[in-house]
Write a new protein. Structure first.
Length: 159
């Protein structure tokens, strides 16, 4: 397995994984997520792949066909150097991490996560952050097993 930066020919596989993530969230929070959709359109994906502040990593088999990915990690650079109240640090935020349902239990997620950490260290980031939906306890357990801990809690009261 190889972890590399995503390219445009990876979009069909990314779309498949985006749909899988959305299905989990729509099942857990149908009041917020629309079933049968995905987070990004192909046009938005092309823009993200061209954006140096939003690196996307994919896991692929060495001899994979174009678009056949095992999983992805979408990241965003967050720079607090101009903030009045925050330390002048850069954070790498993991916007989304997904392993294709056909590739789970093969260490794809941990390999992607470790690559993101390595890239963040190589590029001088202070930390790596992400959000986990409470309707996805498996994801939370995974991130805790990877060494993450709770930084802050987002609360709601549905009306």
């Amino acid at each position: 397995m190889q972890i590399r930066r995503a390219v445009e020919t990876d979009i069909p596989g990314i779309d498949r994984c985006l749909s899988q993530v959305l299905a989990v969230h729509a099942a857990g929070r149908p009041d917020l997520f629309v079933p049968g959709t995905r987070k990004y359109t192909d046009s938005e994906l092309r823009d993200i792949l061209d954006d140096g502040l939003r690196p996307v990593f994919v896991a692929v088999e060495e001899d994979a066909e174009p678009g056949a990915i095992l999983g992805y990690a979408f990241c965003e650079v967050q720079d607090f150097s101009g903030s009045n109240n925050m330390q002048p640090i850069r954070t790498l935020y993991i916007d989304d991490l997904c392993v294709d349902s056909e590739a789970r239990r093969g260490h794809v997620g941990s390999s992607l996560y470790r690559r993101v950490l390595a890239w963040a260290r190589e590029n001088g980031f202070h930390n790596v952050t992400l959000n986990v939906w409470e309707c996805n306890p498996g994801a939370r357990a995974f991130y805790e097993a990877m060494g993450m801990s709770v930084m802050k809690t987002c609360m709601e009261q549905v009306l």
